[in-house]
Design a protein around this ligand. Structure first.
Ligand code: C2E
Ligand code: CA
Ligand code: CA
Ligand code: CA
Length: 275
């Protein structure tokens, strides 16, 4: 059954065939989009308990002329697999540094850090540290304003190299936030060895918190962990006042989600921030 299954699934399952064709279409369109600089970065604010914007996360957006708008959930894995994530990731970091540099001249924004999502392949790439250093240098901005969001998966294989790289970047003033926390397999023993500043509670826990007692317990545990190990903790995917009130009651102090603002072009948010 095994030998038969392999062949028939790969070549004759119409749904899979369609998925493979879609992947190829998206990959070649993405290659063009990179060449013609058709990707955009959007900004989503992060707020404190007083509802003041204290940071922002950059999120990629892409609309292809033929395929329409394609979600990063679809094209990031394709970018990873094809290696396109390297030029794309570099470009996002450049956008972050450029924005941070511009904001140095705007009083209301000069202390607002920006977070960038980093893919495992991008982080493992040999030139990564030098590239970030170059961008920071070009932008000539203060330390502590560029934040990298990494995921637990990146901490599993090759932990020594990862730690070394994180420390080097930490020395350059880069901050780290552990994204989607609670969904992966990060060893708690490693958490305190890492130059890490923040844990980001995965949005699935926030979404189900009010219905599922287990999710509430997980959130409580993450907040406690943050307090004990001195990490700040942010909840993402906050959509309702009820979720916000509950998270506050559990001791959470930073929030991100549609309740505070959708991801939008940087210029748009910049205008709103400075009004
Ligand atoms: P993520 O880093 O976990 O980002 C959070 C996702 O939740 C974003 O989806 C954001 O738009 C969405 N979101 C924000 N607030 C809410 C809310 O209140 N409710 C709900 N349901 N969703 C909310 P998005 O922008 O589609 O990005 C999906 C994923 O794609 C990201 O997940 C991240 O893993 C990846 N991604 C996006 N931009 C980049 C990038 O520049 N580089 C890399 N490597 N990955 C990226
Ligand atoms: Ca993120
Ligand atoms: Ca996340
Ligand atoms: Ca995610």
């Amino acid at each position: 059954a095994k030998a038969q299954g392999g062949g028939s699934i790969r070549f004759f399952n119409p749904a899979m065939q369609e998925a493979i064709i879609r992947r190829m279409l998206v990959e070649s369109a993405l290659r063009k989009a990179v060449q013609h600089q058709e990707l955009e970065v959007y900004l989503q604010p992060q707020v404190n308990t007083q509802n003041e914007v204290v940071a922002g996360e950059l999120l990629l957006r892409w609309t292809d002329p033929d395929l329409g708008s394609i979600s990063p959930a679809e094209f990031i894995p394709i970018a990873e697999a094809s290696g396109l994530i390297i030029p794309i990731g570099t470009w996002v970091i450049e956008q972050a540094c450029r924005t941070l540099r511009d904001w140095q001249h705007i009083d209301a924004l000069k202390n607002i850090p920006l977070a960038v999502n980093i893919s495992p392949r991008q982080f493992r790439h040999g030139g990564f540290v030098a590239q970030v250093e170059h961008c920071l240098h070009e932008a000539g901005m203060p330390r502590g304003l560029l934040e990298l969001e990494i995921t637990e998966g990146m901490l599993i294989d090759n932990i020594e190299v990862t730690v070394k790289r994180m420390c080097k970047l930490g020395d350059l003033g880069v901050r780290f936030s552990l994204d989607d926390f609670g969904t992966g397999y990060a060893s708690l023993a490693y958490l305190k060895k890492l130059p890490l500043q923040q844990l980001k509670i995965d949005q699935s826990f926030v979404r189900d918190m009010l219905a599922d007692a287990n999710d509430e317990i997980i959130i409580k545990t993450i907040i406690g962990l943050g307090e004990n190990l001195n990490f700040s903790v942010i909840a993402e995917g906050v959509e309702t006042e009820k979720q916000l009130a509950h998270l506050k009651a559990l001791g959470c102090k930073k929030f991100q989600g549609y309740l505070f603002g959708q991801p939008a072009p940087i210029a748009e948010w910049q205008q709103r921030f400075t009004q």
